[in-house]
Design a protein around this ligand. Sequence first.
Ligand code: SF4
Ligand code: MG
Length: 331
Amino acid sequence: MTDLLQVDRLRVEYASGRGSVRAVDDISFTIGKGEIFGLAGESGCGKSTTAFAVARLLRPPARIAGGSVKLDGTELTGLSDAQFDRIRWSRMSIVLQSAMNNLNPVMKIGDQLADSILAHQPMTMKEAYGEAKRLLELVDLPYDRLGSFPHELSGGMRQRVVIAMALALNPSLVIMDEPTTALDVVVQRGIIRKIVQLQQKFGFSILFITHDLPLMLEMCGRIGIMYAGKLVETADRDSLLRHPKHPYTQGLLNSFPSLTGPKSKLIGIPGHPPDLITPPPGCKFHPRCSHVLPVCSRIVPELRLHGRQDVSCHLYTEEGIGHEQASAASE
Ligand code: SF4
Ligand code: MG
């Protein structure tokens, strides 16, 4: 699969009253053309911050402190705002959790859709309205909703409008940050089904973010697990489900008993994620890890390919394996 998005050693930092916070800490991943890639992890692990960094929606004091983000070969981090504006919507668009953050409350739906089309494509107003009508039909909304204001629609309908808007200019990447979290389960199902259908029809890639792990496993072909700003494991869905390698991934999957079979107990992970101003040295998960080795508090494990997945854990590095052999020999 050809890479569409390449994120390489990305770092996001912000200054707080108590010191500098590294919210995204040196993470690398790729998304293939036509692939749905998910980022999962507990709240505060840096998944939304990663999405915002890719979509250039970070607000000061948060800033990209290092690394590279390439979309179809174009480096995005160095672009001026004007250059980036040409990419936003036409090559990359974003759907956020609350439709109200994406829609203008005092503009009719039709005007908003037509405006965003006209901002990037030379057309008459009539043609833009024709396009807006086509877009509403794509997401199964009746075209007479073009005359509605956002508050006249239900939450689910508003989110459908936002998805229509995100697809207006046929982007190659759509970033979705908790796109259905604010909606009730039945509405959520319908929208997820629609997203998958549209993705299959048009072939765009999706960076999908949710804290809902069962939903993520249903949607995404490949998934990255984040912990305390780090990517700890990246794997295709089946490998992740059958053979999770990182102890944090194992704990996360175990905390959703329905995923791992009816007999499994809800185990979860004792303890809490660390304070990102003073994170623990070495592997940030080591204070909570039941497999911890002496090397874990000294050396940060790199994300490395192991079998079918990438994992950052000393259980799979030379330092860690060397230690195990050394301690076995000394016993
Ligand atoms: Fe546990 Fe060490 Fe692996 Fe971190 S590196 S997850 S502490 S075994
Ligand atoms: Mg979030």
